[in-house]
Design a protein around this ligand. Structure first.
Ligand code: FAD
Ligand code: MLT
Ligand code: ZN
Length: 486
């Protein structure tokens, strides 16, 4: 755990001039310097990192973002962009120097256009994901990006982290859903790549450079997303299984028999479900017999309800007959569908209520998943008796949230201070052994910046550093996140 008691230093003349210039551009109200008013911006969602800021600034337009960045360049002040502050890797809060500013996009939250003919939506970077989903739905479209944090995360943040979530299987991650971007670069210039084209091979695709760059190369001020037809019908079920190999077999069955309709495949272990039950009584595990695993399956269809139901029933029948699954509960109405999904989404909250956890957001080839889990579970439990492995996630994408809770009764902070790095070392060595990734969807932020080089390889890391140095030569855009300069 990081030390959480930073203190502010007195301001010099140059800093006072800097704040004056910001105030001139934004107005007093939008340059927050009072520590109490700043507080909610300075601690991350997991309450793992707390920083300090010279100011929290709230621009209302791309022009203002550009002006802020130019002023920061003039005074050589570094900047931390923030959207909904739901980062799982401490990417959106400043460091403890008190010499950075935090740029919150929360007032740049408009939906600018929904183009029905082109099936696209243009939004500002601070637009809340759920607001975009609801707008799309009201016009008969699907905005498929979907995460547990959708009520507060922003589309700029989603692109900056290349967010994944529960619909990646069918619609891809944030990167795949984005057609165009407007970005303010580290010099304060506006790069307008707001193109709503499905094909566009005009040189390097700058959009992909900024997506997933976690605010280290520029600030995403607007974006254009693809929309999709709203499914006519959705079928959701919880199924119980004995083991991970069975879950992988079930995925294969769903993909082979599902006619491309599979839109969700979420795995929850018994330990994850027990934790939800402990903290949220309304989410009692509905499956009989205390199964090892539960998978939430969802099929979405543009055709008739009968078409989807037939496919769904065939899958479940085959899975039961082949002993791939032991039981299934099909959601009978929308309330039950929502209940199943909420149960899944509450694992993260239950873990937070339990006192936090050591997170590993990893991907593995499905072919290695069983070996990885069996071996790594055993290694961890041998070295740390009583350690609770809370394993769940987007199994359809090979993405596990392979999180650890301390043994029951252990002091959380003490346990994390003493053992987090060793536990993560074991997990990441195993991830490397099985050719996986140490960050599937949450990004690198500050949590993993120190270990990225070791896991991405020297050459890939050096290439990333060259890009960072070329685009942000003074290292002012979210420094010490993702790649470490100098
Ligand atoms: P922030 O947390 O504010 O910022 C994240 C990073 O992006 C920071 O580095 C920040 O500097 C940068 N940034 C923010 N806005 C901009 C911008 N406009 N321009 C440039 N850089 C910017 N993530 C998943 O991928 N899948 C999940 O299923 C998922 N589930 C979650 C469930 C819960 C309950 C919570 C709390 C988080 C979950 N997350 C998940 C993590 C998080 O919600 C995502 O990373 C999300 O994309 C972050 O969006 P945000 O607006 O909150 O960004
Ligand atoms: C989720 O899928 O619920 C979040 O990404 C996971 C987490 O809490 O690690
Ligand atoms: Zn996730």
């Amino acid at each position: 755990m990081k030390k959480n008691n930073p203190t502010k230093h007195p301001m010099n003349e140059s800093t006072q001039e800097f704040l004056k210039e910001l105030t001139l551009i934004l107005g007093q109200r939008y340059v927050i310097t009072d520590e109490i008013d700043q507080a909610s911006y300075l601690t991350d969602w997991r309450k793992k990192y707390t920083g300090l800021a010279l100011a929290v600034v709230l621009p209302k337009s791309t022009q203002q973002v550009s002006d802020i960045v130019k002023i920061c360049q003039k005074y050589q002040i570094s900047m931390v962009p923030q959207g909904g502050n739901t980062s799982m890797v401490g990417g959106a809060v400043p460091n403890q120097s008190g010499q950075q500013i935090l740029i919150s996009l929360k007032l740049m939250n408009r939906i600018i256009e929904l183009d029905q003919a082109n099936q696209t939506m243009t939004v500002e970077g601070g637009c809340i994901l759920q607001v975009a989903q609801e707008m799309a739905q009201s016009k008969g479209f699907l905005f498929p990006l979907s995460l547990g944090s959708e009520g507060s995360c922003t589309l700029g943040g989603n692109l900056a982290t290349n967010a994944g979530g529960t619909n990646v299987l069918r619609y891809g991650n944030a990167r795949e859903q984005c057609l165009g971007l407007e970005v303010v670069n580290a010099q304060g210039q506006v790069i307008n790549s707001l193109r709503s084209l499905r094909k566009d091979n005009t040189g390097y695709d700058l959009r992909h450079l900024f997506i997933g760059s976690e605010g280290t190369l520029g600030i995403i001020t607007q974006a254009i997303f693809k929309l999709f037809p709203l499914p006519k019908t959705q079928w959701t079920a919880l199924v119980s299984l004995d083991s991970i190999p069975k879950a992988i077999e079930l995925l294969r069955i769903c993909q082979q028999m599902g006619s491309g309709l599979l839109s969700g495949f979420e795995m929850m272990t018994r330990e994850s479900l027990s934790l939800i039950e402990l903290h949220f009584k309304q989410f009692k595990n509905p499956m009989a017999g205390d199964p090892n695993l539960i998978v939430l399956i969802e099929l979405s269809d543009q055709e008739s309800e009968a078409h989807a139901r037939q496919i769904f029933e065939n899958i479940l029948e085959h899975a039961l007959e082949s002993n791939t699954i032991t039981d299934a509960i099909v959601a009978e109405n929308l309330t039950q569908v929502n209940h199943f999904w909420q149960m899944r989404d509450h694992i993260t909250l239950a873990q937070a209520m339990e006192g936090g956890n050591i997170k590993h957001d990893i991907t593995l080839p499905l072919s290695s998943m069983t070996h990885f889990i069996t071996q790594t579970d055993a290694m961890l439990k041998k070295e740390f008796p009583g350690l609770r492995v809370i394993n769940f996630g987007h199994l359809g994408d090979g993405n596990l949230h392979y999180n650890m809770s301390p043994p029951i009764g252990a002091d959380f902070s003490e346990f994390v201070n003493n053992y987090e790095s060793r536990i993560s070392e074991i997990v990441y060595a195993q991830v490397d052994k099985y050719k996986g990734s140490i960050s599937a969807e949450h990004g690198i932020g500050q949590s993993k910046a120190g270990v990225l080089k070791a896991h991405r390889g020297e050459q890939a890391y050096e290439t990333m550093l060259s890009i960072k140095k070329a685009l942000d030569p003074h290292n002012l855009m979210n420094p010490d996140r993702v790649v470490l300069v100098g």
